[in-house]
Ligand binder design. Structure first.
Ligand code: 3H9
Length: 702
């Protein structure tokens, strides 16, 4: 009768085992069967209590995200099902193993009693999907753990450890171990039966708003609105919790459902759900499956103990892997190791690490000046100066000293990985691992597949990337790979717009208003105008076709105005404050005159369209060339590595939202309007033209 549920009786207990692999997402069939099992147990006079658990699986990861916009509310919809369960006449115990997230935690809360194994995580991650808890979470959580803590839990989206859940009263008990969970849950249920306990105990915070200061929600919104930027879901979630504080449960539940539907139908939630599935897809590469043997990685070497090399090394020490750090000079090595220790000490001060963990991690890091110490490394990552000549020396040496089968990786951000691979006699073992700065913090990892990179090398790199907590995205070889290649035309338009009459502050404001963490010109000031100059080096031949291209940035470079670190770049800096630099504005005017560029008033719309659409256009070109495997990969790179707002879903999802035809028409219009410059640079990507020609609204390569 059941396909996803294991229903069994244990004397006076009904055991309801949820068995929908992999994570018990509450899709329609599971909801139907859970309802049927609940009704069966309710109707059976021999049953005195029920235990709900995950049968060999995590308890429950929530509603089935793939159903949103489809069968999410087909009967029994989760909110109604949980209202039915919460009205049970018999005590129900949720046995939480692994995780109870979102609708999974709501299911656990609808059961009157909860017991958890000590390693479980419980939380409300809906906000990360542009949603709010929609099956009682915003109403039951405040009544269980208090309004303020509930609000923080819902708005952070971060799961709680089981111990913390116990402290807060979210669970009633912890078990000795995961293995004893079901037994202890049954014992708990029997105790409840014996004690004649009510099916729903009274809520510890029956009036959750009672202790809140006056104007709590208004003040809270005022404090957070900067952080929430243009996001809708936090406001809706807050509203739902406010109602929980002011209205009876039934009214709150009904209102929550409406607010949830509003969030679910919003473009922002669609965008965030797109990224959720894109992230799951990103690890999948044609030709790679679980049967492919991976290369064992037990020891890593990093060349270069600068900021980048040090950050990369920390990732491996963090997972208990020994790392050798190689430098040319003793002082540089000592400085690098001292910086790593400093970073760990900061984490310890913030309570994120114990002192013992700091020492354990430092003990895994060994410094050397001698390439011979790299002989037993399974993976070597080079993080030295961005120069092909320097890379040649490093890789030729690695070819001599490294053991056969060792993976040789370069952290280059723009150079040709195939050319680097050709410096060795084993190009099949060479790959790009492009970390983003700070490498111990940023989640994005571009895994650059050379034309000869072996499949098992790629698969090993992807697996290892996940192990160190990164989001690995595969890119083919081209200038700048996915991220920096797209940055180029986006930044080019910003720089050109300066000559045409926009100011740095105007350009950056348009971008931050859209939700980007930082405008592109501020970003260059932060990264360093000298760094920008350096990474343009491989492009000089192409750049020479257009005299306006980066003239301003090149002049700033020549003046030693490298950005924030020198106090002057596109802006003048006073500490962290910045303002437009009159000299930069004058320079832009002079250059425009020299280059015969007509200056004019530039609208915000034009800044948006030219910067964003050229970014999108390059993304489409990258997809067409097969540099990126799928549109979602491109969106991940930009949301995870370049501060593109997640609630817009990444540049290509944003293009779909705006309409591909609009993007194409706008590029064509500026191409015409901008004369020779437009003709040179504003060339619509053939894929964009093809998609629009056949009336497609979604981006895919074919
Ligand atoms: C919600 O509950 C709303 C309610 O309040 C109200 C409703 C009315 N649905 O990440 P993994 C799939 S909103 C569908 O690689 P891990 C995932 O796509 C929901 N599918 O594994 C993947 O599929 P595939 C609130 C889901 O071990 C596979 O499971 N809940 C769901 O690294 C393995 O996933 C959340 O936001 C789902 N809910 O991480 C939790 N969850 O193999 C979202 C997973 O085909 N999920 N899948 O690629 C997660 O955070 C992680 O997936 C989890 C496992 C921590 C569970």
């Amino acid at each position: 009768m059941y396909t996803l549920i294991d229903y069994s009786l244990d004397n006076e207990l009904a055991l309801i085992g949820l068995g929908r692999a992999p994570v018990n997402a509450l899709g329609l069939t599971l909801r139907q069967e859970l309802q049927a099992a609940f009704r069966q147990a309710s109707a059976d006079p021999a049953v005195k209590a029920m235990v709900v658990y995950g049968r060999g699986l995590p308890f429950c990861a929530g509603a089935d995200i793939a159903e949103f916009g489809g069968a999410a509310f087909d009967a029994p919809a989760l909110p109604q099902l949980l209202i039915e369960l919460a009205g049970s006449a018999k005590p129900m115990v949720a046995a939480v193993g692994g995780l109870a997230l979102g609708g999974g935690l709501e299911l656990a809360m609808a059961c009157g009693y909860r017991i958890s194994e000590p390693k479980a995580r419980l939380g409300m991650p809906e906000i990360t999907l542009g949603l709010l808890p929609g099956a009682g979470g915003t109403q039951r959580l405040p009544r269980l753990i208090g309004a303020e803590t509930a609000l923080e839990t819902i708005l952070s989206g971060q799961p709680l450890r089981a111990e913390r859940a116990l402290e807060l009263g979210l669970v009633d008990r912890l078990t000795a171990s995961a293995e004893t969970l079901l037994d202890e849950a049954c014992a708990f249920a029997r105790e409840l039966v014996l004690a004649g306990a009510p099916a729903q105990p009274s809520a510890p915070h029956a009036a959750p708003g009672a202790d809140l200061p006056a104007n709590f929600f208004v003040d809270y919104t005022a404090r957070k609105s900067g952080q929430w930027k243009g996001q809708v879901a936090p406001h809706l979630a807050l509203e739902a919790v406010r109602i929980a504080c002011e209205q009876p449960l039934e009214i709150g539940l009904a209102r929550e459902e409406e607010l949830f539907k509003e969030a679910m139908d919003s473009p922002q939630s669609k965008a965030l759900r797109h990224l959720f599935f894109a992230e799951r897809e990103a690890g999948k590469v044609p030709g790679i499956d679980a049967s492919l043997p991976l290369r064992p990685i037990r020891k890593v070497a990093v060349i270069g103990a600068g900021t980048m090399g040090g950050g990369i090394a920390m990732n491996f020490a963090n997972i208990g892997m020994p790392v050798v750090l190689l430098e040319q000079k003793r002082e540089a090595l000592d400085r690098g190791l001292a910086q790593i220790r400093k970073n760990y000490e900061i984490s310890a001060k913030r309570g994120k690490l114990t002192q013992e963990q700091v020492e354990q991690r430092m003990a895994l890091l060994a410094g050397t000046l001698d390439y011979a110490d790299l002989a037993d490394a399974d993976l070597v990552i080079e993080a030295v100066f961005e120069s092909m000549e320097v890379k040649r020396q490093v890789f030729a040496t690695l070819d001599e000293v490294c053991k056969p089968g060792a993976i040789l990786a370069t952290n280059t951000s723009t150079l040709d990985v195939d050319q680097i691979a050709a410096f060795t006699r084993r190009p099949q073992d060479v790959i790009g691992l492009h970390f983003f700065s700070p490498a111990n913090v940023m989640r994005l990892l571009e895994v650059v597949r050379g034309k000869e990179t072996a499949l098992d090398v790629l698969a090993t790199a992807l697996k290892l990337g996940k192990q160190i907590g990164k989001l690995p995205v595969v890119s083919g070889v081209c200038y700048g790979f996915i991220g920096n290649r797209m940055l180029e035309p986006y930044a080019r338009e910003a720089h050109r717009l300066l000559l045409e009459g926009a100011t740095p502050a105007q350009i950056d404001r348009v971008l931050t208003d859209l939700g980007l963490n930082m405008g592109v010109l501020s970003m260059y000031d932060l990264v360093g105008i000298d760094v920008g100059y350096l990474i343009r080096t491989p492009l000089r031949e192409v750049l020479a076709r257009d005299p306006s291209y980066y003239r301003l940035a090149d002049e700033l470079y020549a003046l030693g105005r490298y950005g924030q670190k020198t106090g002057r770049g596109m802006y003048i800096y006073e500490g962290r404050e910045r303002q437009d630099d009159p000299e930069v504005l004058a320079m832009a005017e002079r250059l425009a005159a020299e280059l015969g560029i007509q200056r004019r008033e530039i609208s915000d719309q034009e800044i948006h369209d030219r910067c964003l659409f050229m970014l999108i256009n390059e993304g489409l070109q990258i997809l067409d060339e097969g540099i990126a495997l799928r549109a979602g990969d491109i969106d991940l790179v930009w949301t995870c590595g370049y501060g593109f707002p997640t609630w817009l879903g990444g540049p290509l999802h944003y293009a779909e939202h705006l309409g591909l035809e609009r993007v194409l028409n706008s590029i064509r219009q500026y191409r015409e309007q901008l004369g020779a410059y437009g003709e040179l640079w504003l060339q619509p990507a053939p894929l964009l033209e093809r998609l629009v020609a056949v009336g497609k609204t979604r981006i895919s390569k074919d």
